[in-house]
Design a protein around this ligand. Structure first.
Ligand code: PEP
Ligand code: MG
Length: 735
């Protein structure tokens, strides 16, 4: 093909504004070696329809249809990957369509047509002679596909919904960050193809690219400097984005594409699309996260090139709908005041989700199909408590949510008055409420919730957010900041609890059949003690002579606890200044330890029940499997008996005991824990005042006698939640 000539004629054709698909296929067939050029468009129901052809039977246009996955064309649409075949008819996927008359054409090059990250069609060229198309030829065809994408969309042949686009739609989604938002939807413009696709002056485009790169790097630097305090974990995430910017693999590719005749913005767009398509099929969570960083970067570069802001000003309160989102982008959108976020390919362990939780921004993941069904400006309800996104809600649904939100607003205003109130049940029993945290970003919630300390600081969260376990000095800076902000309030640092679903980017995917019960957490720490020792040293350094409490996760035997404690004491013996007081304890989350309680209690300074893991191991029910989520209940006889026996063992040895799993965050469960003797609960900051409200209204004496009766009459129930909930509501508790 003669790429430059073809592209400049294509530009002239498009400039007229009246070009049709048939003109484009005719031009490609005339200006390249191809004897055939055809366009297939994706129709509703995953059908690809022949929309234009030069060289095949014209009668087949509008008639030949293939399912996605069927034939060469269907395979390209299904995988999003081009196929370059010298002998197409003998390819296993080839599907014979007699009406096309393509028997005489041996070779075929088929490229996906993409728009906003979705495949919307397939563009093909064919030749009689068996031949392999060159890199230049595939490059040109991919460029033509950009124009075809625009034309398919303009033709109304886009896969977006037609008349159903005004009807309400509901999508199930995964919880990324809790909360409910009601607002209009925003789909960012950077998901759309740039307007200016071709450019004659390659040198000028390369110069534009380099200037944009410089501007973007400066923008990132100032974002890092101005938005984030030193030592904050997201700072590291932004730096990861900056490093991706410096990676020259993809920059080289962008340069090549510009040399092929594309404008700088079209080249960035195209290379990002290629990466997206290639990486979409990868299961590796690390690579998927890197892709989010790359998309972040592509969006920034395109904005720097086109002058369009990646984040428009007027988005306050809107619900952002994106396929992927890098952490840096999330921070920017948050700064502009978005009310919530839906990340179609987001997962709860992803960087953006960790940040959303730290920022208190409601978020959903999944909601497949929502982006295609939504238009900017549509009203929507994002209900991260129930895991649903409702587009264009019915007036009655909308009103119900509006009422619920008003009630919430009244409640949270009332909660503020609770913040400084003493923690006492209605009948005067004192209790302690602490918060769980994992990012320094969350620390200001100590003051806003009135939490009495940090009952669980999950150190691995900060490491996951930054992507690695840094050296002792850097870790000490993070932990030191936590202690500075906490002041006199206690902080319980848990050592790294990595593994299972909490993976660092560079850790290989586990090949264990059962990673939650595999070589994870403290087990790794004891077998490879260098990292654990480094962390213990960092904690001691951070304490700098202050009090320090260290807690070990996933302890299954007394000997594991002793070994871990031995490492801590050995580091402490070398540290100057030594902590004023060094306390060491363990999470209670592995059942085996429950039969070693008396011995354990004589050797710990405190213990904390990790109800999330304890539940999953007691019921043999994976905590991440949503189909099991409702099957077993914390409010059940076995769990309550178990917790009760822990309380007795702790009381007998006068060891402080808390609960720091999710059960502590639920007002009803918290009330039951109080009734059986727990006095310290540690939970997510957003739940704290709600729990305080419920416990403050609780008449513990009356509740305990109700529970005694229930235990006798309902001992065989799988869950005690319904009768307990009914009692609580009858007695004015907001549960
Ligand atoms: C738990 O298991 O209950 C717990 C608090 O730890 P994590 O949720 O971090 O596993
Ligand atoms: Mg746990």
């Amino acid at each position: 093909m003669a790429p430059r000539r073809l592209l400049s004629r294509l530009r002239a054709l498009m400039a007229g504004g009246t070009a049709k698909l048939s003109d484009i296929v005719a031009l490609v067939a005339a200006e390249s070696v191809a004897e055939v050029c055809s366009v297939y468009a994706l129709r509703a129901g995953e059908i690809l329809e022949l929309r234009a052809t030069e060289g095949l039977n014209a009668q087949a246009v509008g008639r030949t249809r293939l399912r996605v996955g069927e034939g060469i064309v269907g395979l390209v649409a299904a995988t999003g990957q081009m196929l370059n075949l010298a002998d197409a008819q003998n390819h296993p996927a080839f599907a014979y369509r007699p009406e096309l008359g393509e028997e005489k054409f041996a070779s075929m090059l088929a490229v996906p047509v993409r728009r906003a990250g979705r495949t919307t069609g397939v563009l093909t060229v064919q030749n009689r002679a068996p031949r392999h198309y060159s890199d230049d030829e595939t490059d040109v065809l991919e460029t033509v596909a950009l124009f075809v994408a625009d034309m398919l969309a303009a033709d109304g042949n886009d896969t977006r919904e037609g008349f159903t686009g005004s009807l309400p739609r509901q999508f199930d989604a995964a919880l990324l960050s809790p909360g409910i938002v009601f607002g209009s939807v925003h789909l960012p413009a950077t998901m759309l193809a740039p307007k200016r696709l071709l450019a004659d002056d390659t040198a000028a485009e390369l110069a534009r690219l380099h200037k944009a790169l410089r501007d973007m790097r400066q923008g990132l630097d100032s974002l890092i400097e101005t938005q984030l305090p030193a030592g904050a974990a997201p700072r590291d995430i932004l730096e990861a984005t900056r490093q991706v910017a410096a990676d020259d693999g993809w920059l080289r590719r962008v340069t090549e594409v510009i040399r092929g005749g594309l404008s700088a913005e079209a080249a960035v767009h195209r290379v990002a699309q290629d990466f997206r398509a290639r990486m979409r099929t990868m299961a590796d969570p690390y690579l998927r996260e890197r892709l989010a960083d790359l998309e972040d970067l592509a969006g920034r570069l395109i904005s720097a090139l086109t002058g369009a802001s990646a984040v428009p000003a007027a988005v306050a309160g809107m619900i952002l709908l994106v396929r992927r989102l890098g952490p840096a982008q999330l921070l920017e959108w948050h700064a502009r005041g978005i009310g919530g976020v839906v990340i179609e390919e987001g997962s709860a362990g992803g960087h953006a989700a960790i940040l959303a939780r730290a920022l208190g921004l409601p978020g959903l993941g999944g909601a497949r199909g929502a982006i295609d069904a939504a238009n900017t400006g549509d009203e929507a309800v994002l209900d991260a408590d129930e895991g649903t996104l409702i587009l264009r809600p019915d007036p009655s649904v909308r009103q119900a949510y509006e009422r619920a939100l008003e009630a919430r607003a009244v409640r949270s205003a009332a909660w503020q008055t609770l913040r400084d109130a003493p923690c006492l049940t209605r009948d005067g029993t004192p209790f302690t409420l602490m918060m769980n945290a994992g990012l320094t970003l969350e620390l200001d919630q100590l003051a806003t919730t009135g939490a009495q300390g940090i009952g669980l600081f999950r150190t691995e969260i900060a490491m996951m957010a930054r992507g690695s376990v840094p050296d002792a000095a850097e870790q000490a800076a993070i932990y030191g900041r936590v202690l500075d902000v906490a002041g006199d309030k206690p902080v319980y640092f848990r050592t790294l609890d990595l593994g299972s679903d909490k993976l660092l980017p560079d850790s290989p995917l586990s090949e264990e059949e059962n990673p939650a019960m595999g070589w994870r957490s403290l087990r790794v720490g004891l077998d490879r003690p260098a990292i654990l020792r480094r962390q213990l040293r960092a904690l001691l350094l951070a304490a700098a002579g202050r009090k320090l409490s260290v807690m070990f996760p996933m302890v299954a035997t007394l000997s594991e606890y002793r070994q871990a404690r031995g490492l801590l004491y050995a580091e402490a013996a070398r540290m100057r200044p030594a902590p004023e007081k060094l306390q060491v304890g363990t999470m209670l989350e592995v059942p085996a330890l429950m039969w070693m309680l008396p011995e354990l209690m004589s050797e710990v300074d405190f213990v904390s029940i990790g109800s999330n893991d304890l539940m999953q191991f007691v019921f043999a029910a994976d905590r991440g499997t949503s189909s099991l989520a409702e099957r077993y209940d914390f409010l059940s006889v076995p769990m309550l008996r178990l917790v009760y026996s822990i309380i007795q063992a702790a009381e007998a040895a006068a060891v402080p005991l808390s609960v720091c799993g999710e059960a502590a965050s639920r007002p009803l469960d918290a009330a039951v824990l109080m009734a059986i003797g727990i006095r310290t609960l540690s939970m997510s900051a957003s739940s704290l005042l709600g729990v305080k409200e419920a416990l403050s209204a609780l008449d513990l004496v009356a509740f305990r006698s109700f529970l005694e009766t229930l235990r006798r009459t309902a001992a065989t129930y799988t869950s005690l939640r319904d009768p307990i909930g009914a009692w609580a509501r009858d007695h004015g508790l907001n549960v």
